[in-house]
Design a binder for this molecule. Structure first.
Ligand code: C2O
Ligand code: CU
Ligand code: CU
Length: 523
């Protein structure tokens, strides 16, 4: 494919939407099959309060004020091209931000932590949704406090729809209620209560892991669906746990179709029996539940390949000394008290679907064309930028040996440039879900994958099934080198003019707070 053709296809595929007139489509159709009491239109949000709901246990929540009503922990809906314009109020005893993960945003609206909102303060945030249909999400991003606040319950979903999304729902013949947007997290639960965030030094190294799954904040969550296709858009919202997602009816594992990834729909569906997603990643899947009474979504056991020996680096979060934790506990300072949690890779039940009503006619076949996403191809003449993920016995996990400094700029990129990023993970390491702000990207190939991770590499170029789509977060197994294709085009609009700072970081939230993050600038 030559440069010109890729440029045309690339812009659409990378979600930057430049040149595509983002028509205002107020009153445009919402996904009617989407279930849930907590749905709210992004455009209707006037105020977004970040509340400290339970100071004893450190629980927090988002409350949206929508004019006449309010919704706690809402699932926001937007049509591509719609706008968000709201005041964010920080009612936490710590600084916070609201970062819309996966959206194409200018630095000033990205909530990346350069300019946190102080306790008791407020900030107006406004932007237009430029991205393709898909599941995006929002969460706090104040450096040093992100993991604690996300674990405290601050995870919100944003479902973006467009014409491809409408066509897919129609093609699947989705019954009302047969589409769900789900955030899966894990928590340390004892006596039915979610315990506060109190990681030991070891937890800060491997990440804070729980013993129970929460689906949209609920333990033992279940949804009723009708026979036929069910479409699930699923976010791994855990602080640190990978999910090897599968569906079971009793002991039988059920096939499903992967429809989309972080940045929207694939070109064509991919039939699978399991799919791997690390923290921050999303999948969009369709499963036929006809003839079933109930099915269980589980994370299957897998070899997580944490190879870090006995190292016990201690993190110092520069900002933390000034603010109390969300619950009366210590963070990353305790001597490693034994908490109740399962290792990464342990089997974990996630949620259940209960099928109600009798099967009518056979559901239609899955549409074979989902979007106009082109195949990912190397940019023949794009320069390569090389990075390494390192493990340091004293400092922990780092990018290019450099612990995060908020004022540092690791490198600059020309606006509109295309680059290939070659990122190599150390053999002494663990999986790192690497996340980029501002831009979606494509995964070109993987090399050096070994052990159980090889079985997940089912696609050409040693890639995972999730590598087929637009990504903003990509898992890197120990010893792997991953090549990414990036297009640094930004919309030609005033909000994006001038240098824009973004970041690359690990979305294991303990690694993110623990300095595995770097800033870069688009000039
Ligand atoms: Cu989901 Cu920089 O974050
Ligand atoms: Cu992000
Ligand atoms: Cu990491």
């Amino acid at each position: 494919m030559n440069r010109r053709r890729f440029l045309g296809a690339g812009l659409a595929s990378l979600g930057a939407a430049c040149g595509v007139p983002a028509a205002r489509t107020r009153g445009a159709p919402r996904p009617v099959a989407l279930a849930g009491e907590r749905l709210a239109a992004l455009e209707d949000v006037r105020r977004l309060a970040v509340e400290h709901a339970d100071p004893l246990l450190g629980r927090c929540r988002y409350v949206t004020h929508l004019g006449t009503r309010q919704a706690a922990q809402p699932i926001l809906l937007a049509r591509r091209g719609e706008r968000f314009d709201a005041v964010i109020e920080n009612a936490l005893p710590q600084p916070t931000t609201v970062h819309f993960h996966g959206l194409t945003l200018p630095e000033a609206q990205d909530g990346a932590g350069f300019d946190p909102i102080a306790p008791g303060a407020r900030k107006r945030v406004r932007f237009e949704v430029k991205n393709r249909s898909g599941l995006y999400w929002f969460h706090p991003h104040p450096h040093g406090f992100t993991a604690e606040q996300v674990y405290g319950g601050l995870t919100g979903l944003l479902v973006v729809s467009d014409e491809d999304d409408d066509a897919l729902d129609a093609g699947l013949g989705l019954a009302p209620g047969n589409r769900l947007a789900l955030a899966i997290a894990d928590a340390r639960v004892a006596g039915g209560v979610i315990r506060p965030y109190a990681p030991s030094v070891e937890d800060c190294l491997h990440g804070w892991l729980g013993n129970r799954a929460l689906a949209n904040g609920r333990l033992d969550a279940r949804w009723s669906v009708a026979p036929g296709w069910v479409r699930l858009q699923i976010l791994n919202a855990c602080n640190a746990r990978g999910l090897l997602l599968a569906f079971r009816d009793g002991e039988t594992r059920l096939p499903f179709h992967l429809l989309g990834t972080d940045g929207g729909l694939l070109a064509a569906p991919r039939e699978l029996e399991r799919v791997f997603l690390y923290t921050g990643e999303r999948v969009d899947v369709a499963i036929d539940v006809s003839g079933r009474r109930a099915l269980a979504a589980v994370s299957l056991e897998f070899d997580p390949r944490h190879h870090t020996g006995d190292a016990a680096p201690r993190h110092r979060h520069p900002g933390r000394a000034q603010y109390a934790p969300l619950a009366p506990v210590t963070v990353c300072e305790s001597g490693g008290a034994a908490h109740d949690h399962f290792a990464d890779g342990a089997e974990l039940p996630l949620f259940r679907l209960v099928v109600e009503g009798s099967a009518g006619t056979k559901p239609p076949p899955v549409p074979q064309r989902l979007s106009s996403l082109p195949a990912a191809m190397a940019f023949a003449d794009a320069p390569t930028r090389r990075m390494r993920l390192d493990f340091d016995e004293r400092a922990g996990f780092l990018i290019d040996q450099a612990p995060y400094r908020i004022e540092e700029n690791a490198f600059s990129v020309q606006r509109g440039a295309r680059e290939v990023w070659e990122i190599k993970n150390s053999p002494i390491s663990m999986p790192h879900p690497m996340h980029l702000h501002g831009f979606g990207f494509r995964v070109l190939r993987r090399r050096g994958t070994y052990g159980a991770a090889r079985d997940l590499a089912t696609e050409p170029g040693g890639r995972l099934a999730t590598d087929l789509g637009v990504k903003d977060t990509v898992v890197m197994w120990p010893n792997e080198t991953v090549w990414l294709a990036l297009d640094f085009s930004l919309p030609d609009e005033a909000a994006f003019h001038g240098a824009q700072r973004y970041m690359l970081h690990c979305h294991n939230l303990e690694h993110e707070d623990g300095m595995m993050m770097r800033n870069f600038t688009v000039l």
